[in-house]
Design a protein around this ligand. Structure first.
Ligand SMILES: C[S@@+](CC[C@H](N)C(=O)[O-])C[C@H]1O[C@@H](n2cnc3c(N)ncnc32)[C@H](O)[C@@H]1O
Length: 224
């Protein structure tokens, strides 16, 4: 079994600086998916990593809890985002989350679910902490790319870099896991590197790199 936590500990020093179009595209996708937070909402980031997205979210929300199981990644995040309303917790998101029922307005999965074998339990943990009307926003490495044999890879100069460990999740799996957790699918989208701008992408680069989904917790569904 892949040592995903150990791989991220090793990657933490270079994660932010190595060339990584998926990471950069995800940052832009997040900014398009997240609704106006108006400094009022509570956000939970599952797999907050080095705090790349936390740094953008923190000034916009009332409270933010970042969960991650890699001490190395969280060390970078804690250095990067120092605000009393932001809390980073060392936690494996496959275990029940250390958060109160119905306490979050937005839950985010960004580039983490490719490392999770079974989506349903994790979606149930997320749904439990969501308030009625809350949103679950997902931006993940596209299954089409996983089918090509690609996935998160630590590039530390050597060729090829170390694979972290990737599970394939087709769109239908996300839909089924959301529905099992009592969440309603509102929208999906595919994103390509064209969003990053720069030189004209070739046909391969125009294959979607990220799949995003937005789920809502219905008002009439009690916490799981
Ligand atoms: C590719 S990074 C993405 C980080 C951040 N969301 C971003 O978009 O920059 C994936 C993160 O998920 C974390 N992760 C993977 N599996 C996890 C699990 N089971 N529980 C908690 N964190 C996990 C890793 O430690 C890593 O920080």
């Amino acid at each position: 079994m892949a040592d995903i936590r150990g791989a991220y500990d090793r990657w933490s020093e270079t994660y932010d600086t190595q060339q990584n179009p998926t990471r950069d595209l995800d940052a832009l996708v997040l900014q398009r998916l997240v609704p106006a937070l108006d400094g009022l909402l509570t956000v939970v980031e599952a797999g907050a990593g080095t705090g790349k997205n936390t740094a953008w979210l923190a000034p916009r929300c009332a409270r933010l809890i970042g969960l991650d199981f890699s001490p190395g990644m969280l060390q970078v995040a804690r250095h990067r985002v120092r605000s009393p309303h932001v809390q980073f917790l060392l936690h494996d998101i496959q275990q029940p989350w250390p958060l109160a029922d119905a306490s979050a307005d937005i839950v985010l999965f960004n580039l983490i679910l490719e490392h999770i074998e079974s989506l349903e339990p994790v979606f149930c943990h997320a749904a439990r902490v969501m308030r009625p009307g809350a949103r679950l926003l997902i931006s993940e490495f596209h299954p089409g790319r996983v089918l090509e044999g690609k996935g998160a890879r630590i590039d530390q100069g050597e060729e090829p870099g170390e694979f972290v460990g990737t599970f394939l999740h087709l769109l239908e799996e996300y839909v089924v896991a959301g529905s099992a957790a009592g969440l309603e699918l509102e929208s999906t989208a595919e994103w390509t590197v064209a969003l990053l701008g720069g030189s004209t992408p070739d046909a391969d680069e125009l294959q979607p790199l990220i799949l995003s989904l937005c789920f809502a917790k219905r008002d009439d569904v009690p916490a799981a």
